[in-house]
Design a protein around this ligand. Structure first.
Ligand SMILES: [Zn+2]
Length: 52
């Protein structure tokens, strides 16, 4: 079997079409994008974010 080269359409581009990977970093209150990996509090509006 020969390895199948990845299709260009399936490779991730800079802002790929899967928002789920960063959706948990967006504050539901102010919509701010949080840089922390697992933020517990929005650094923009102070909203406590759900931590699991
Ligand atoms: Zn916020």
């Amino acid at each position: 079997m020969e390895p199948v080269p990845p299709s260009p359409t399936e490779q991730d581009t800079d802002m790929g079409g899967d928002p789920a990977c960063w959706l948990d970093r967006v504050c539901p209150e102010c919509g701010g994008f949080l840089l922390e990996a697992r933020p517990t509090t929005c650094e923009r509006c102070g909203t406590a974010l759900a931590a699991e």
